[in-house]
Design a protein around this ligand. Sequence first.
Ligand SMILES: Cc1cc2nc3c(=O)[nH]c(=O)nc-3n(C[C@H](O)[C@H](O)[C@H](O)COP(=O)(O)OP(=O)(O)OC[C@H]3O[C@@H](n4cnc5c(N)ncnc54)[C@H](O)[C@@H]3O)c2cc1C
Length: 393
Amino acid sequence: MKDNYDVIIVGAGPGGSVTARHTAEAGLKVLLLEKRQEIGTPKRCGEGIGYAVLDRLGYKRDERFVCHHIDGGIMYAPSGKALEIPGGDGGAVIERKVFDKFLAYDAAKAGAEIQVKTEVTGLLRDNEGKIAGVDAVYEGKKYQIRAKIVVASDGIESKIGRMAGLKYSNDLVSVVSGYQYEMANIDIENPNKLYFYIGRKIAPRGYIWIFPKGLHVANVGIGIGGSHEKTAKQYLDKWIENTDSVKKGAIIEENAGAIPIGNFLEKMTLDNFLAVGDAAHQVNPVHGGGLAEATYAGVLAAKAIVDAIKAGDTSAEGLNEYNVLWWNERGNQLRRVEKVVKAYENMSDEALDLISNAITGNDVVDLSDGRSAKLMKIILKNPRLLGLAKYLK
Ligand SMILES: Cc1cc2nc3c(=O)[nH]c(=O)nc-3n(C[C@H](O)[C@H](O)[C@H](O)COP(=O)(O)OP(=O)(O)OC[C@H]3O[C@@H](n4cnc5c(N)ncnc54)[C@H](O)[C@@H]3O)c2cc1C
């Protein structure tokens, strides 16, 4: 580890590693710091990913981290009605522990230095108070490392984003609590489908999922929004208790984690600083998937960093290209998705049943992409749903 870099990236999750790879490929001196002793472990993820994302990253569909191929999904409404969701280009349930390392291998291959077991504890500031590097601790020893730009890719907790002064909303409603078991010896109706179970009674303002990693192995998890009498784990345990095909299984891994939902940051840049991935709330709010968003944003962030360093202007203004690109390519669409989520969060089980009787699996895909015209039509036709219209405007 040297004491001066072009870019220091805090957190070697997917967002951080992709940013590191693309900045290093452009010839910048890059340091990627990760507080955990092993990249990718423990996972906090259902591990579902679309093939389009792997294609974009340049990975093959049978790479070592792909556990199981997926060709669509089934969504169960509270009434038990099943909606078959088309699979599009298909996808996979992956092994995050392997995937995250693949991303880090590629960053290293491009020339980035990587240092694990190194926690960033603070930000260095220059005489004008602008960010100039990081304080880090490795094996009890403190280091001060300088850089032209610091990237916060330290996940949802993002202490670094807060220290830097990014304007996060304090709205707890915009965070979903997740809990998940990886379970073996369960029965899965069709192991090539992802399963989603919705309903306020089983998973208020969220859903329960089964993401198969093999014929009888799956991530079985829950995300719930807001605060309730029971915890996410208690809701999940109750559902498993009532689901014979899953109840008989053995738990081989247990994870908890939060997922940012909406409340995107208008500006993800400050002088000499930007944020990527969960640290910038870049998650699709309808299903909580953040792998696609963190890796997409990593590429955009790297472009803006390289351009800013070339131009000799790493101020917030100099890095603004990142805000512009992200809002144009992802943010505006995700904001439309956020509206759908707001409507969903306010649906009773009765409303969910009424709506799921009137839509198809294709409509579910449209909704998860923020296209809500059909839902609006259904709402406007049904006096019992009218109260939901305001969320979609
Ligand atoms: C229960 C659950 C299920 C999910 N399921 C899916 C799914 O199926 N598909 C999907 O696409 N997304 C899913 N997600 C979301 C997905 O996991 C995240 O969006 C994704 O990991 C974000 O990547 P990231 O690089 O932004 O952050 P992270 O993957 O969180 O990486 C942040 C890294 O920063 C490190 N770090 C933190 N602080 C410091 C510090 N001070 N110094 C050094 N290192 C630091 C952390 O150790 C970590 O390695 C799920 C999330 C949860 C909680």
